[in-house]
Ligand binder design. Structure first.
Ligand code: EPZ
Length: 416
């Protein structure tokens, strides 16, 4: 089990290159199942989850030519329409092969994803949507077995906003017979990036980025090239790290237009932010002020940034409320932060964080992806050494985070 050791107390200075977005790459890789031709992806992040998804697609017969930061998928020999439990249990985003498989091949056998640390994470909306499009679905021995001669366009209303639910059904509708309208759809930028890629492949999609997406099904999709958008959560994570540790950093190859609520909150905390096309510069010359955050679907404050802001609030001036409205168990970083001396009271989905002057380094354990990022930020500001265990969680969503932070002056190293 690898660990990260961080000696806190240094501010961050320098430039950091932002990688491609994990949560855009994962659905877009599944879009390769929708055509027999080649899908050429660039700016693909070097992440554990991306490697897992690539292996799953290859197991299904997808060919993949891999070079650093790029992959060319060719779906002409896909012959296994199954996502087995041992793959899905480690990465729930594997559910995203369901829509493309049923849409192009008329059948899929996909393991139900188990729950995960942050919540039960059901996929009932994915299943209901496919049923509305005419798929016959049975759940047998923990697997979703879906069949459809050809999916039919339908009007589908999401009673809960679901990012991968929207993505799965958008891909399913791309080859369906007729028009599909997704209402109360997710508006996340990663949904728009997927729609951009599908349009490049010949899909007829409009309304992505709003809560109503219309997809006019076509008979087939062709090959395309697509550059994965920058990762807004990686960007936000480095911005919050600089706000908490102090200093001045520049993010390269990122986008400010998809981070509005995060930048607004950092401004409230006292950070000075200058953004130009492709770069964001942040300076935090003093101790941050604590800020209230309440998570909600995009364009509201992203749940994937909640834990990082909690770490900043731990050492900020004042008290703040952190309200998590998306997942039912996304406060597991609280216990670990308390080990570092944080003062946090939790009542249901609300945490009140009372800023303290300083945190003391200690051994802590990562429990999920964004909680591990939160502990890295806390380690950067704690006095003395913090050792974070189970950092495989971190490697799922952040490529080479310790080398990127070391380049910014952090004292951080990976313990084999
Ligand atoms: C996506 O997960 C992201 N993952 C998550 O990022 C992110 O936290 C989440 O969206 C919310 O923004 C990927 O894009 C690969 P949801 P997803 O379906 O699609 C409930 C990270 O750290 N729901 O939008 O699985 C669900 O329980 C990860 O990068 C149903 O009830 O999330 C949750 O309460 C963590 N039934 C809410 O909707 C369903 O069928 C939002 O979930 C589907 C979802």
């Amino acid at each position: 089990m690898q660990k990260l050791a961080i000696v806190g107390g240094t501010s961050l200075r320098g430039e950091v290159q932002i990688s491609g977005a994990k949560n855009a790459a994962l659905p877009i890789m599944c879009a390769s199942l929708l055509t027999a031709e080649s899908l050429h992806l660039t700016n693909v992040p070097d992440l554990h989850d991306v490697a897992t998804m690539r292996k799953l697609l290859q197991q299904m017969g997808m060919s993949a030519q891999i070079t650093p930061g790029e992959v060319v998928f060719s779906g002409d020999r896909v012959d296994t329409l199954e996502a087995p439990y041992d793959m899905v249990k480690t990465m729930r985003a594997a559910i995203l092969v369901l829509g493309p498989l049923v849409s192009r091949f008329g059948e899929a056998m996909v393991s139900l994803p188990g729950g995960c640390a942050i919540g039960s994470r059901p996929v009932d909306l994915h299943i209901k949507g496919l049923q509305a499009m005419g798929a016959e679905i049975s759940i047998e021995h923990g697997y979703i077995h879906a069949r459809a001669a050809r999916l039919k366009g339908a009007r589908i209303f999401f009673d809960i906003v679901s990012v991968t639910g929207t993505e799965n059904l958008m891909m399913a509708a791309a080859l369906a017979d007729g028009v599909t309208v997704l209402e109360n759809a997710a508006r996340e930028p990663e949904v728009v990036d997927l729609a951009d890629c599908l349009r490049a492949m010949g899909a007829k999609i409009s309304g992505d980025g709003t809560d109503t997406i219309t997809i006019a099904g076509v008979d087939r999709l062709h090959g395309a090239s697509h550059r994965i958008m920058p990762d807004r959560i990686e960007s936000g994570t480095f911005l919050v790290a600089a706000a908490a540790a102090g200093g001045e950093i520049v993010l390269r190859d990122c986008r400010a237009d998809i981070l509005e609520t995060v930048l607004e909150k950092l401004g409230e905390a006292g950070a000075r932010i200058v953004s130009e096309p492709g770069t964001i510069q942040i300076a935090m010359p003093h101790r941050p002020r604590s800020v209230n955050v309440r998570t909600a679907p995009h364009p509201a404050f992203p749940t994937d940034m909640q834990a990082q802001f909690m770490a900043m609030n731990c050492i900020a001036e004042g008290s703040a409320m952190v309200v998590e409205t998306i997942f039912e168990n996304r406060f597991m970083h609280v216990q670990e932060l308390r080990r570092l001396g944080a003062r946090i009271d939790v009542e249901g989905n609300t945490a009140v964080v009372h800023g303290v002057e300083k945190l003391e380094g200690a051994s802590v354990m990562a429990t999920d992806l964004r909680a591990s990022a939160c502990l890295v930020i806390a380690g950067l500001v704690a006095q003395g050494e913090t050792v974070i265990d189970r950092i495989y969680h971190l490697d799922r969503g952040y490529s080479h985070i310790e080398s990127k932070l070391s380049q910014l002056g952090a004292n951080i190293r990976r313990l084999k």
